[in-house]
Design a protein around this ligand. Structure first.
Ligand code: PLP
Length: 375
């Protein structure tokens, strides 16, 4: 098997699964319970929060566990608009956000919130100047992702934060694809809300976190219930998932530079090999070490993905979240129909071997040789 879809999700290392199994079978107390088993579970949750805080270099009380990145994104958007309800309703975001922000903001737009959708250039880049030009007196929220999940392009979140420093507008960044992939800390980014998710870094699915700091205050809860997560995100803590998230982060933090360099060298190797395939195009000015977007113009990506799947080579057609549909990212970049249709995303992790990339190269070349392009 050649798994080259680490931006969609990642394998869970044995050590993470083991830590989770221990929580499920031995340390299974409810963290709210007063007896020892409960207190042990509470201590594990606190330790896990400290690990995630260390990874972001923030205070543990600024980390709130959520059920996933999608929840973190939705919460941040809603919380910012609630806090700034007297400032105004204007939202600035990009046309290339993940659906977790995009669909949330679209709903708000339908409900009467004015939205400025920033368009990327043909290489998928967004500039801080675009945000500066879009800012208004009534801008309540700017939501700009850190790393685009389809192209690997990094957006200038730090520069945008500097623009907003003395303004009431709050800044959210979806850092799901950036966390432990590109260097940043909560302080260096300067965003008020930062979304992260465990299953992109070797953790389990169904757990994420939202950093809340900076100008964010009196945060509106996601929903109402018990007092968990300081009353802002109630619900009995999913202890196994939380511990798995922290264990995965710890494993990556221990070898952070080595892993980053490994992913970057996989990307460089893949780029060098794939570019020898006639007509293959590299899509976007991506710099994240784990994502490479390429197109075989005229060869529909769904066919590529299913043919490769038969050889147990797993890559994705654009974004895994947009299966079967034309990617909103590629269309915002203005790619012509054939190039957009032929775009696939290849993504790497610490487990990727150069032999996986060799297998991919052979299969892509074979696909192109054996198939006819669409007209
Ligand atoms: N944001 C980005 C950039 C993503 O790539 C993803 C997942 O694909 C998400 C948000 C959603 O995260 P989750 O799957 O944890 O809901």
């Amino acid at each position: 098997m050649h798994y080259l879809d680490h931006a969609a999700t990642t394998p869970v290392p044995q050590a993470v699964a083991q830590a989770m199994a221990e929580v499920l079978t031995a340390a299974y107390g409810n963290p709210s319970a007063q007896y020892t088993l409960g207190r042990q579970a509470k201590a594990l949750v606190d330790e896990s929060r400290a690990v995630i805080a260390k990874a972001l270099q923030c205070r543990p009380e600024q980390i709130y566990f959520t059920s996933c990145g999608t929840e973190g994104d939705n919460w941040a958007v809603q919380a910012a608009l609630y806090q700034n309800r007297r400032v105004g309703k204007h939202i600035i975001t990009t046309a290339t956000e993940h659906s977790a922000v995009l669909q949330c903001v679209k709903q708000l737009e339908q409900a009467g919130y004015p939205v400025t959708w920033l368009k990327p250039d043909s290489a998928g880049r967004i500039t801080a100047q675009q945000v500066a030009d879009a800012l208004r007196e009534d801008t309540a929220l700017v939501s700009v992702m850190l790393v685009n999940n389809e192209t690997g392009v990094q957006y200038p979140v730090e520069e945008i934060a500097a623009l907003l420093k003395s303004r009431p507008a709050l800044l959210h960044t979806d850092a799901v694809q950036g966390f432990l992939k590109v260097p940043f800390t909560a302080g260096s980014l300067g965003a008020d809300y930062i979304t992260i998710s465990a299953h992109k870094i070797g953790g389990p699915k169904g757990i994420g976190a939202l950093y809340i700091g900076g100008k964010a205050k009196n945060t509106k809860p996601v929903f109402y219930g018990g007092g968990q997560e300081s009353g802002l995100r109630p619900g009995t803590e999913p202890t196994a998932q939380i511990i798995g998230f922290a264990k995965a982060a710890e494993l990556r933090l221990d070898r952070l530079e080595e892993i980053r360099q490994h992913m970057a060298s996989c990307r460089t190797y893949a780029l060098a090999r794939l570019q020898t395939i006639p007509d293959l195009r590299v899509i976007g000015a991506g710099t994240a070490p784990h994502i490479l977007s390429v197109s075989l113009p005229g060869y529909p990506s769904q066919n590529i993905v299913s043919e490769l799947s038969e050889k147990e080579i797993y890559i994705s057609a654009g974004s895994a979240c947009h299966r079967g549909k034309v990617s909103h990212v590629l269309s915002a970049m203005g790619l012509d129909k054939k190039t957009a249709a032929g775009t696939v995303r290849i993504s790497f992790g610490p487990e990727t071997a150069l032999s996986d990339i060799d297998a991919l190269y052979d299969a892509l070349l074979e696909h192109k040789t054996a198939r006819f392009p669409m007209l």
